[in-house]
Ligand binder design. Structure first.
Ligand SMILES: Nc1nc2c(ncn2[C@@H]2O[C@H](COP(=O)(O)OP(=O)(O)O)[C@@H](O)[C@H]2O)c(=O)[nH]1
Ligand SMILES: [Mg+2]
Length: 469
């Protein structure tokens, strides 16, 4: 166990959210935890039993006032979340009791913990790697089942293992070269260049496969920004409500009712979306509505998906086509709304919900819905899921996902270095020089996992080679 580079001061915090509740949990971590607790709980004695809950009266160390009778557990180092000596105190809940106990702990010599400081110590003490520490955050903050699944598996080191394997593979490639560099006098290089190339190409392919989950994995945190657009009265607010399943937006038949943007987070099938209803796009003399339209344009610029609403059975006008044509980043679903009205007019009645995937089906789809009757909503929901999360929908729960920009940046850096290495090989640049790319790639992957000693990996990888083979 490495020493805590932050020093051994003892930190304390209330771990549960403030407010009314049955119980609250306080944590104290650091070498002084037990002696600080002893100042509140004289009955503790000299040698309490580790990891065994005890009911103890807690008193303020200076006034002696009884604050609560609480369940207290002592975790000796290193067998705790932080790796340090830790005390967990379960008090009665509510606003006051936990705060009074915390004040007493501070009066007894603890320091109030900074946000994330327990997990930071856990990381510094080698209890968690960086990816796991990030997963802790996602477990706490996650609002969708999909992010929860990804976080649980990241917590179980799923992503860490995958990144470590890739790092090992890079180091394995380095080892092949090291052998050629170390024995230059041999006529035949003992490791043929094709083998080195194949090894690096394999790493590159695997890095790309992991990176391919990045755009959608990152959307799991914030949700896919899905913006309703279209003429006033085209049925946007009705569709918004139908997708939410509740009457959130004001629906009227006066064009221009939705004067601002209305954003709601919603999960569809466990995947997160940020659904935005906007003011209709049109020229207007009304200043308030104009602002709403500006808001709409700003949302549209950031959108992942645009739901462009056009009444079923109505030809799209030029300005509408032009509008769709100008959307470059987002994917577009042309939603043919009010299909119940158009049903008799043009298409028969049976096909609302039909999804057209003409041409570039990934970027542009068309779905017929009748929000009033709830028809076509399932198909629209499936289209949204496929467009926003299609690449990771079919993945088994344990497949590692890249869920943060930090991960994607590091993987891309590693990927570019491996590609750089292959390029250097093509250019017949001396292996010693080319190999610096591999060193950089391994470094990027190590940074991603955080604070890992590479000695063990070096031993493992080089241990597989025997000289002369
Ligand atoms: N028959 C029918 N009317 C609808 C449907 N969806 C919306 N409408 C009506 O169309 C009008 C405009 O709808 P709204 O959702 O406010 O459109 P927005 O201006 O684009 O937000 C309202 O009178 C709605 O009742 C539908 O599926 N069927
Ligand atoms: Mg509206």
């Amino acid at each position: 166990m490495t020493a805590n580079p932050l020093g051994t001061d003892t930190i304390a915090a209330i771990a549960t959210p403030p407010g009314r509740g049955a119980v609250a949990l306080l944590r104290v971590s650091g070498a002084g935890a037990l002696s600080i607790l002893r100042r509140l709980a004289s009955a503790l004695g000299d040698a309490p039993e580790p990891r065994r809950q005890r009911l103890l009266a807690l008193r303020h160390p200076e006034t002696g006032e009884l604050l609560d009778r609480a369940l207290v557990t002592w975790f000796p180092a290193p067998g705790s979340y932080t790796g340090e000596e830790t005390i967990e105190i379960t008090t009665h809940g509510g606003v006051l009791t936990p705060q009074l106990v915390l004040d007493a702990l501070l009066a007894a010599g603890a320091r109030a913990a900074e946000p994330g400081e327990f997990t930071r110590r856990a990381y510094l003490n080698g209890k968690l790697d960086l990816l796991q520490a990030e997963a802790v955050l996602d477990l706490i903050d996650g609002r969708s089942r999909a992010l929860h699944r990804a976080a649980v598996h990241q917590m179980e080191r799923g992503l860490s293992r995958r990144v470590a394997e890739l790092r090992d593979a890079v180091i394995g490639t380095e080892a092949l070269i090291a052998y050629s560099i170390d024995f230059p006098e041999e006529d035949e290089p003992p490791v043929p260049p094709e083998r080195v190339r194949a090894s690096a190409s394999d790493v590159l392919r695997r890095l790309d496969a992991l990176l391919a989950t990045a755009p959608e994995g990152e959307l799991l945190r914030d949700g896919a920004l899905t913006v309703l657009a279209g003429r006033p009265n085209s049925g946007k607010s009705s569709l918004f409500n139908a997708l939410l399943g509740v009457e959130r937006a004001i629906v009227t038949d006066v064009p221009g009712t939705t004067r601002d943007a209305l954003e709601v987070s919603v999960t569809l099938d466990g995947y997160p979306f940020r659904l935005v209803d906007t003011a209709g796009l049109r020229e207007t003399a009304d200043r308030v509505e104009e602002i709403g339209i500006e808001v709409a344009r700003r949302y549209l610029a950031a959108a992942d998906i645009v739901l462009f609403c056009v009444e079923a059975g109505r030809e799209m006008e030029n300005d509408e086509r032009q509008f769709i044509g100008e959307i470059d980043r987002a994917r577009v679903v042309v939603v043919r709304t009010k299909a119940d009205l158009a049903g008799e007019r043009d298409q028969g009645t049976g096909d609302s919900g039909k999804v057209d995937q003409d041409g570039d089906g990934d970027r542009m789809r068309s779905v017929r819905v009748a929000a009033a009757e709830g028809r076509g909503l399932t198909e629209l929901r499936d289209a949204l899921l496929a467009m926003a999360f299609g690449g990771i929908l079919g993945e088994p729960g344990e497949a590692p996902l890249v869920t943060r920009a930090r991960h994607a940046r590091a993987l891309r850096a590693a990927r570019d270095e491996v590609a750089g290495f292959l390029e250097a090989m093509e250019l017949a640049i001396p292996m010693e020089l080319a190999a610096t790319h591999l060193r950089a790639a391994a470094g990027a992957l190590e940074d991603l996992i955080g604070a890992v000693s590479i000695e063990d990996v070096l031993d493992r990888v080089f241990g597989q080679f025997c000289v002369g083979k």
